[in-house]
Design a protein around this ligand. Structure first.
Ligand SMILES: [Zn+2]
Length: 157
């Protein structure tokens, strides 16, 4: 079924049988493209610093949401610290996982932002708020310019 009709009168709404095909393209924007290209090609992280107020955005933005100031990309280490975390013992289908997964909000060093990602090479009982972590990336030849190019974050040794 191709869903190409446009309803303007709510009284015309009706029940549709079968599947509705959905198609979309997500664009990460200029700043997102720069971030993923840097991650894929060089295995490095960038943020964006506002030229007016100095706020450092991670993920990067092309303008400041506080003063609409222009930003400039700045390289950051990719290291950070755990701000919050949760341990998942079941997947989204309520199937018990072989090994618990640890999801964390990680405040990125040198920025005012954070990222949500997996923690690895650490057991749930050993994770602490404020723990320093660093990214573990896929090998360069396997990177696709996606957030999954970051396998997980591990404790800084
Ligand atoms: Zn600003």
């Amino acid at each position: 079924m191709v869903f190409n009709e446009k309803i303007v009168d709510p009284a015309e709404l009706r029940h549709v049988e079968g599947k509705i095909e959905l198609y979309w393209v997500y664009t990460s924007g200029e700043a997102g493209d720069a971030f993923f290209k840097k991650l894929k090609d060089e295995g490095k992280f960038i943020a964006a610093r506002c030229k007016k107020c100095g706020h450092v955005y991670f993920p990067p933005r092309i303008y400041c949401e506080f003063d609409f100031g222009e930003t400039e990309f700045v390289e950051v280490s990719g290291k950070g610290c755990v701000k919050a975390f949760a341990v998942a013992n079941y997947d989204t289908y309520e199937k018990k996982l072989e090994k618990p997964e640890i999801y964390a909000i990680i405040e990125m060093d040198g920025t005012d932002g954070s990222i949500v990602h997996l923690l690895g090479e650490v057991e749930p009982e050993d994770v602490e708020i404020g723990m320093k972590v660093e990214p573990v990336l896929k090998p360069k030849e396997e990177r696709e310019g996606r957030i999954t190019d970051i396998l997980y974050f591990k404790p800084v040794s």
